[in-house]
Design a protein around this ligand. Structure first.
Ligand code: GPU
Length: 810
């Protein structure tokens, strides 16, 4: 082990690039250099990775396993360097070689094995779990293709495959020796064995091989490296002859090829169910195999293992652990159930009915017959155990199998000891409305864990100018402990600091403006307000409300070209699920409105619209530091938490928000005067539901401004749209505006006017922006995972390594 210096880093790179590519360092291509540097970084943390693992084993630490069908880490080079404490050294070394680290980092393909918030949260948690020294691992699927790449053709979204593995993946380690088999389909019946026990016998099964690929999750300067284990499918040689048709074989051999691109909407596809059981069974088997090395009784399983079910996609963890205990290890049902409930915990991420996962009974019987038998028995015993304690209708409403459907949320709640929501409001709604029946039955199982973000990525990595200002004003402790951002409150009236913060923002806006020019050809001024809405395209998130306000502004300017508004650039980033035609109609319409307004000279650049294609983690890292305004405008009660709201506030954006999800907690953190709240409250929304008294047509008839905006979707005002405009119009008028856009419109416009007036008062604006940064520290996923660790998983941090040992050694 030598200490890393610039000189021996260069030498290492020189050697490695020769060995791997037979070229000199100076002649290496960007790709070659990236892979060389990546493999060196991996070599640097591999010792710690092994040590971390050995330590967990030696100490017999209780470990948690975060099961998630999505992980969305983005690029990892700079984050790994930061966490290893090597960022500056590597930047300097490369610059000696005339290589810019940021350019080199761009070579890495985003690891985009997730759709949006849920997958990104899982990756923020992986970073924070390692950084907090917690023994916790990820378990998921290694999709060959990540979330589709989005392009706009004539304003329409077009989806292209994301071939992220084409050049290989420098971070992963394939471990065929840890592969396990997963059994599907076939006929399963119960037969008494020689000991008089009923055991399943299976015929005509399909057996798949699950091969793990491990990626190190490097903790922030603490020497800890945890594991994210992703499973990939292979067909075992012994099974080759067993497929009835090529089509059938395809279903299985392509099992881990693609991520389902639907966000918050379950469509009950067969392949998805196979994917779910595949990574669940592989993960639970490998956990049990590890536990068996410890030579402990089964009753100790919950003292050594916590399994977390991230939304219901991994809910089969519950029957799978039951299967392994009762079928393979002769544990009694009662004991197995007791263990399983203690091991499992579950997070709910939505209240939207269409997102609550259900599977048809026939499909479960066909694909995972043994799972279905066990679920039936869990359901039977549940009903039996509740009889006489709770009313029959309550029992029937909460049971797992209802009619021909298996309710995965019900399974998750019944089969675990903890159910949590992801923001205060969301968790309250779970208790009072969505899961109220379960709350009556299991009041102690419900709790809240407000989401958080990997603060280091969204400040130190994404926004260096801001980070430097923070260092100069409040010192460097915020880099490790984000609650120290609070110290910035002392500089609310410090002209110098406020000015420097404004300059840092301006620098990031210039960079984004340049990127916008390059990628879209649109010229925007960094002096304009950068107003940002970045998230999946979904009706409930109300990108359409944003567009309607833009159209109103446009009409105002057409009527009165001298209207005194500060120039604004409205920036959108959003992918739509390929089958979600309404969301695609909105994308097309935003793009056409953008064309219309951006090219209208009479607007004098007072409004610009930029829809940046292919929103992903890397693009978020460019947009968020440059944002002045953060649009968080979902209909109250619908957004479980939101996390871009936290990232944007951390970067000094001012939030325009409904009282939904974590916006409520952001309001509490900054105070009413430092956030721009508008719209219906969750109570008012529910009152409309209860009284059935919402009539969008009436609002339309009575409000000429709204009428003009809504009519513009169908009266030819917006060029190049057809059925898209009609679909939008119908959703608002004919189908009674499900997400109350018309009801919130006026209030939203007033909120936007407040933004305009406030921005014109730069002294005030800068102070508000500072207050937002200063109070963003509480939304750190470091804190969130510590609460999961204490309240739900009961795992403890280990600090086996000193900070020095953990870094700077090769
Ligand atoms: N979310 Br369910 C997803 O991104 N995908 C899903 O399938 C489901 C929820 C999001 C919520 O919409 C968002 O409000 C939340 O912040 C995020 O999960 C993480 O909890």
């Amino acid at each position: 082990m030598t200490i890393l210096t610039k000189e021996n880093l260069k030498e290492e790179l020189r050697q490695r690039v020769r060995e791997s590519y037979a070229v000199e360092l100076e002649d290496a291509s960007a790709d070659e250099l990236f892979f060389t540097l990546g493999s060196l970084v991996k070599a640097i943390y591999n010792d710690n990775w092994r040590e971390t693992w050995k330590n967990y084993l030696k100490e017999e630490q209780k470990q948690s396993y975060y099961f998630s069908i999505e992980f969305l880490p983005g690029k990892m080079l700079k984050s790994n360097l930061l966490n290893l404490g090597l960022l500056d050294l590597v930047r300097d070394t490369l610059s000696d070689l005339d290589v810019d680290l940021d350019d080199l980092a761009d070579v890495e393909k985003d690891m985009a094995l997730g759709n949006g918030g849920l997958g990104r949260l899982a990756s923020c948690f992986m970073d924070s779990i390692a950084s907090s020294g917690l023994p916790g691992n990820g378990n998921g699927i290694r999709y060959d293709y990540g979330l589709f790449k989005q392009q706009f053709v004539d304003g329409h979204q077009v989806e292209l495959p994301d071939e992220w593995l084409n050049n290989g993946n420098v971070w992963e380690i394939r471990r065929p020796s840890k592969a396990v088999n997963v059994h599907f389909a076939g006929d399963v019946y119960l037969k008494e064995n020689e000991n008089g026990q009923l055991k399943p016998v299976a015929e005509n099964e399909i057996i798949l091989r699950a091969v793990p690929y491990d990626t190190g999750m490097v903790g922030y300067q603490n020497g800890i490296v945890n594991t994210m284990r992703l499973w990939s499918v292979e067909i075992p040689a012994s099974e080759e002859g067993k497929y009835k048709s090529i089509e059938e074989r395809r279903v299985y051999e392509d099992l881990t090829a693609v991520l389902y691109p639907d966000d918050s909407n379950e469509r009950g596809r067969m392949t998805r169910l196979i994917q779910e059981y595949f990574f669940v069974s592989a993960g639970v088997q490998s956990i049990v195999r590890y536990f068996q090395k410890l030579n402990k009784p089964w009753s100790a399983l919950s003292e050594k293992v916590a399994i977390h079910i991230n939304d219901t996609h991994p809910a089969l963890c519950i029957p799978e652990l039951m299967r392994i205990l009762i079928d393979e290890n002769d544990v009694t049902w009662e004991q197995a159930w007791d263990i399983t409930v203690k091991v499992m915990s579950y997070t709910n991420h939505t209240i939207l009915a269409e997102a609550l996962e259900k599977w048809p009974v026939y499909l479960m019987k066909q694909i995972v017959p043994r799972m279905y038998q066990i679920i039936e028995e869990i359901d039977r015993r549940y009903v039996e155990s509740m009889r006489g304690i709770h009313p029959e209708d309550l029992i029937q409403r909460t049971r797992i199998i209802q009619g021909d459907q298996v309710h995965m949320a019900n399974l998750s709640i019944i089969g675990s000891h903890s159910t949590n929501g992801v923001a205060k409001l969301h968790s309250d709604l779970l208790k009072s409305v969505v899961l109220h029946d379960f709350y009556v039955i299991y009041p102690d199982r419900f709790n809240n864990k407000t989401n958080g973000i990997a603060q280091r990525r969204w400040s130190q990595l994404a926004n260096e100018p801001l980070s430097n200002v923070l260092d100069e004003s409040i010192g460097q402790t915020w880099r490790k402990d984000s609650s120290d951002l609070k110290l910035l409150m002392n500089y609310q009236n410090d002209e110098k600091v406020l000015e420097k913060l404004a300059q840092a923002k301006h620098q990031k806006k210039e960079e984004l403006a340049e990127y916008i020019q390059e990628t879209t050809g649109i010229t925007v001024s960094p002096n304009a307000i950068f107003d940002v809405q970045i998230k999946r395209l979904h009706a409930y998130k109300r990108q359409l409300l944003n567009l309607m306000h833009i159209l109103k502004l446009y009409f105002d300017l057409k009527d009165n070209p001298e209207l005194d508004i500060h120039p604004r650039v409205f920036i959108f980033g959003a992918k739509a699920a390929p089958s979600y035609t309404y969301a695609k109609a909105i994308i097309k319409t935003i793009n056409e409105v953008a064309n219309m307004i951006n090219n209208d000279a009479s607007i004098q650049d007072k409004i610009k619209i930029v829809f940046l294609p292919n929103y992903n983690v890397s693009l978020a890292e460019r947009i968020i530091p440059a944002a002045d305004v953060s649009e968080q405008i979902s209909l109250a009660s619908k957004e479980a938490s939101g996390t871009s709201n936290m990232k944007l506030m951390l970067n000094g954006a001012v939030t325009v928000a409904t009282l939904d999800g974590a916006n409520v907690e952001i309001r509490d953190a900054v105070g009413d005067e430092n956030i721009c709240i508008f719209g219906l409250t969750e109570e008012e929304v529910y009152a409309y539901y209860e009284n059935h008294e919402y009539y969008s047509k009436q609002i339309y008839d009575e409000n000429p401004v709204i009428r003009r905006v809504v009519d513009s979707f169908v009266d030819g005002t917006i060029p190049n749209i057809g059925y898209e405009g009609r679909e939008i119009y119908d959703s608002l008028i004919r189908y009674n505006d499900e997400y109350f856009l018309l009801r919130d419109f006026d209030d939203y416009c007033r909120a936007q006017e407040r933004i305009d007036t406030t921005y014109k008062d730069q002294a005030l604006w800068r102070k508000i922006s500072l207050v937002n940064i200063a109070n963003a520290g509480r939304f750190s996923s470091d804190d969130t995972v510590r609460l999961y660790a204490e309240d739900i998983w009961q795992i403890e941090p280990i600090f086996a390594h000193t900070e020095k040992e953990g870094t700077s050694n090769v």
